[in-house]
Design a protein around this ligand. Structure first.
Ligand SMILES: *[C@@H]1O[C@H](CO)[C@@H](O)[C@H](O)[C@H]1NC(C)=O
Length: 260
């Protein structure tokens, strides 16, 4: 499967339009009709793409392409999270890039309500994502500022990728705030330092700051300094469920208790 199925046809569509208009005056009628049909097909393909017709394909390839490694990882980990958290999965907030895809996946689970907080502008929202935003299920908000939710609004908060872009100064505000809006815990997916070379270079322009992948010991120390306790019971359950399903995470996953 190509990574961005829509782009080649869109480019051709634009080129085709130019060709069509310049050849109109001197070409034979048959050629003109042929070009008209081809142009029409490109137009239909373009509109289909614009309407989100390829949205499903795009979401899959985008995640596999590794734009946001850990948000893709969350989608894979949902069945494992469900085994570890059980009833605490009934009201979930996902914070991170690709929130629309994660929320859509969570909403497919039985008895799970889900909301999303997307920390960056969504440049290419498909129709499904636009509908989620219109409904208020997904919001776009800068997580450096207080989160727009009341205390304990969610049973579980799942964060992916987003924290890698925050300096300790902002982490000091954002992490306790995540703990504030969750009732039963926070699950944090962060990048692994050694996997990080590509992300560092590619993401600076997009997010304004290079992702800084921190080691497991850095995070553990950081949580301790900020009085955030690791949730050992769910960590253990998550580990056991992972082993049973032969699931090997490509990101670091931390399970923290809520602050109450
Ligand atoms: C973050 O909070 C911890 C614990 O309160 C403190 O020791 C540390 O200096 C803070 N870091 C920054 C950059 O404000």
């Amino acid at each position: 499967m190509s990574r961005r199925p829509g782009i080649p046809s869109r480019r051709f569509g634009e080129g085709g339009g130019g060709l069509f208009s310049s050849s109109k005056s001197k070409s034979s009628p048959i050629l003109s009709i042929g070009l008209l049909i081809v142009g029409g097909l490109f137009l239909v393909a373009y509109m289909y793409k614009g309407s989100g017709g390829f949205g499903g394909l795009d979401s899959v390839s985008r995640v596999e392409g590794g734009d946001y490694l850990c948000s893709g990882e969350v989608q894979q980990a949902i069945p494992i999270l469900q085994q570890a958290y059980g009833d605490s999965m009934h009201k979930v907030l996902h914070v991170g890039p690709d929130a629309c895809y994660v929320v859509s996946k969570l909403l497919k689970q039985d008895e799970t309500e889900a909301w999303g907080l997307e920390p960056y502008d969504i440049e290419d929202a498909d129709s499904n994502c636009k509908a989620l935003i219109r409904r208020g299920s997904v919001r776009v908000a800068d997580i450096k500022f207080p989160l727009p939710y009341r205390p304990k609004s969610f049973s579980l908060v799942i964060v992916s990728d987003a924290l890698d872009y925050l300096s300790p100064r902002y982490l000091n505000k954002t992490l306790p705030d995540l703990a504030r809006v969750s009732a039963d815990g926070i699950v944090i997916f962060t990048g692994i330092p050694s996997n990080n070379q590509k992300a560092k270079v590619a993401d600076v322009s997009k997010f304004g700051r290079a992702a800084k992948m921190r080691s497991s010991s850095w995070w553990t120390k950081y949580f301790a300094q900020n009085n955030l306790e690791e949730n050992e019971a769910t960590s253990k359950k998550f580990g056991q469920a992972s082993t049973k399903s032969s699931y090997v995470p490509k990101c670091q996953i931390f399970h923290l208790k809520s602050l109450h």
